[in-house]
Write a protein that binds this ligand. Structure first.
Ligand code: NAD
Length: 303
């Protein structure tokens, strides 16, 4: 059976261009009523124009779908509340929230002003938190919600000149890692998309031979899947680029275990680094405690 979103109301932030536009078009083409949020503006978050969101609404409506524009910024709590209010005032419900809005203010950390550090975090990290915070009571009350946050390899593995952006993109992973526990019993699922696509944000950064294949619309099927009722993944990071899809996951090494009844010296740590850092025997990391409990039991320190 096809995946559909009939009777579902979705918000896509930053949906006036690039990836967000493609997410909004796909969700609407499968029956979702979509709030197309976008204040317009340039890649660094300055300026603004209503026509950016209006154009995507017009595209959706022309294709027979339902959409409404919202021009608020996610980067301010009251303004983010206004985005959620648009969904509630227009259609009386909210089922899907795709946190996609984003900007860049790249500079080597040495030259980066803390104002630029803060503003990038304000959009990506706090913007995501403000939207989720406003959507949360609605989704809890109806015992249903699908939330996607947008992370980046810039945070997971780092990228020169993006200290503000990389930090903010990891913050949203931490946020869903916690909220997936708090929302589980209300059937609220939160997952992250780690995209790589040719948009105005990346047009000067991508290798020219690969860039044409990195179509933003190829990221959207994974985002839309994470927004579906059928999806019961929770707290996962899914990577998508150029028609390729994969899961991003932390792994932990077998490591070294000393008897906690005895002191551990710096030298013992140094001399065990081979085992501590050895990547040949790793397992998915769901928290260190599992490993430690097993090892302390083997040592007879706990039952
Ligand atoms: P884009 O610049 O084409 O689109 C971003 C959209 O967000 C724009 O339309 C912009 O107006 C909007 N926006 C900016 N500030 C906003 C705010 N305060 N409130 C609401 N909307 C705002 O860029 P894109 O490549 O489509 O990026 C979409 C998301 O994907 C971003 O979060 C970005 O960081 C992330 N991302 C993109 C890539 C990539 O390869 N393109 C890689 C990793 C992560």
């Amino acid at each position: 059976m096809d995946v559909r979103y009939d009777d579902r109301v979705a918000i896509v932030t930053g949906a006036g261009a690039g990836l967000g536009r493609c997410h909004a078009l796909l969700l609407a083409s499968r029956g979702a009523k979509v709030v197309v949020n976008d204040p317009g503006g340039s890649v660094d978050g300055t300026g603004g124009a209503n026509r950016v969101a209006d154009a995507v609404v017009a595209e959706i409506v022309a294709a027979g779908g339902q959409a409404v524009a919202n021009y608020n910024s996610v980067a301010d709590e009251a303004s983010a509340q206004g985005i959620i209010d648009t969904a509630m005032n227009t259609w009386g419900r909210l089922d899907i929230l795709v946190n996609n809005a984003g900007i860049l203010r790249d500079k080597a950390f040495n030259n980066m002003s803390m104002a630029d550090y803060e503003f990038v975090n304000q959009v990506h990290h706090f913007g995501t938190a403000y939207c989720i915070k406003a959507a949360w009571p609605i989704m809890r009350k109806q015992s249903y919600g699908r939330i996607v946050v947008t992370t980046s390899g810039s945070g997971t593995v780092g990228n020169f000149g993006q200290a503000n952006y990389g930090a903010a993109k990891m913050a949203v992973n931490g946020l869903i890692n916690v909220l997936r526990h708090e929302g589980a019993k209300y059937n609220i699922r939160l997952n992250a998309i780690s995209p790589s696509a040719y948009t105005r944000m990346t047009e000067s950064l991508l290798p020219p031979d690969i860039a044409p294949w990195m179509k933003p619309e190829l990221v959207s099927p994974m985002v839309a899947w994470l927004c579906s009722e059928e999806c019961d993944q929770n707290g996962e990071i899914m990577a998508a680029t150029a028609g390729g899809y994969a899961r991003v996951q932390y792994f932990v090494t077998e490591g070294a275990q000393f008897d906690p009844a005895e002191p551990v010296s710096i030298e013992m740590v140094r001399d065990s680094l081979g085992a501590i850092r050895d990547l040949s025997n790793v397992k998915p990391y769901f928290g260190m405690m599992g490993n430690v409990v097993e090892k302390l039991r083997d040592m007879g320190r706990i039952k």
